[in-house]
Design a binder for this molecule. Structure first.
Ligand code: AMP
Length: 114
């Protein structure tokens, strides 16, 4: 389908990804253009374009994503800290319209972000 996002194509197995975690509700894979030594994207399997599109009925899913992000950071051995980033909309530079959490770590991360 021409209008599938790149992340939906990964969920559907149309294109490969370096998957580090999967369960019934979400999938995590390494970013193809890593901005830190560890850069993983965690996405819901449900097609939600951005965090701005979350509904009250998505509360359990949203909580699940945060819990998995925390567990993944441990699994990825980010003992010295890490950052979770959710870009939303053009000003934040969201490039893929499928909700995703960046998990970044393995080096000191500057603040404020660009
Ligand atoms: P954002 O700018 O927040 O929308 O982030 C989108 C991210 O998706 C970027 O960090 C890209 O490098 C990453 N990305 C795009 N295509 C792929 C892909 N096929 N596999 C893994 N990561 C991807």
């Amino acid at each position: 389908m021409a209008d599938k996002t790149i992340f939906k194509r990964i969920i559907d197995g149309d294109i490969p990804a370096d998957i580090v975690y999967e369960d019934e509700f979400c999938l995590a894979f390494r970013d193809v253009s890593p901005q830190a030594p560890t850069h993983v994207l965690l996405i819901p399997k449900q097609e939600i374009p951005s965090i701005g599109d979350l509904q009250a009925s998505d509360q359990a899913l949203a909580g699940h994503l945060l819990l998995v992000a925390s567990q993944l950071a441990q699994q990825l051995d980010l003992k010295n800290g890490y950052r979770l980033v959710i870009n939303c909309g053009p000003d934040a530079g969201q490039a893929v319209n499928h909700l995703h959490i960046h998990i970044l770590g393995g080096r000191p991360l500057g603040w404020p972000p660009g």
